[in-house]
Design a protein around this ligand. Structure first.
Ligand code: 5GP
Ligand code: ZN
Length: 115
């Protein structure tokens, strides 16, 4: 299911251009328009899941497939020394696009940690 008003649904559908790095039946991944590190890829389920809070037994396969994709993309991008995966959820979590996505960030030793 897609949401016609959703930016990431439009990117998945090709109506808004993006720099695609990976795609399969469940997942679409593309470079963040405002990268915070040398590698900053957004890994997005093809299903319009609004946020982590909306994950349930019926759609969690998309989350698993996102993490399978993350492992593949990290290898393809040469992130052999490690990387960080970030999900922002909701207003207090700083989510700005209401379609579940994982930031895959790496290519440099990351310093800022909140946990
Ligand atoms: P959030 O703040 O919701 O966790 O992350 C949204 C991300 O989407 C931000 O890092 C932002 O730079 C990225 N973004 C917003 N609009 C676009 C766009 O049109 N294209 C791409 N490639 N990234 C976008
Ligand atoms: Zn969407």
């Amino acid at each position: 299911m897609r949401d016609d008003n959703c930016l990431f649904c439009k990117i998945i559908g090709g109506e808004i251009p993006s720099s695609k790095v990976y795609e399969d039946e469940y997942v679409f991944a593309f470079r963040d328009i405002n990268p915070q590190a040398p590698v900053h890829v957004l890994v997005v389920p093809k299903e319009h899941i609004p946020c982590a809070d909306a994950v349930d037994a019926a759609n969690s396969v998309y989350v698993a497939k996102c993490f399978e994709a993350i492992a593949k993309i990290a290898k393809a991008e040469g992130l052999d020394k490690g990387y960080r995966v970030i999900n922002n959820c909701g207003e207090y979590g700083g989510q700005s696009v209401q379609h579940l996505h994982f930031h895959l960030v790496g290519g440099v030793k990351l310093s800022e940690k909140i946990l």
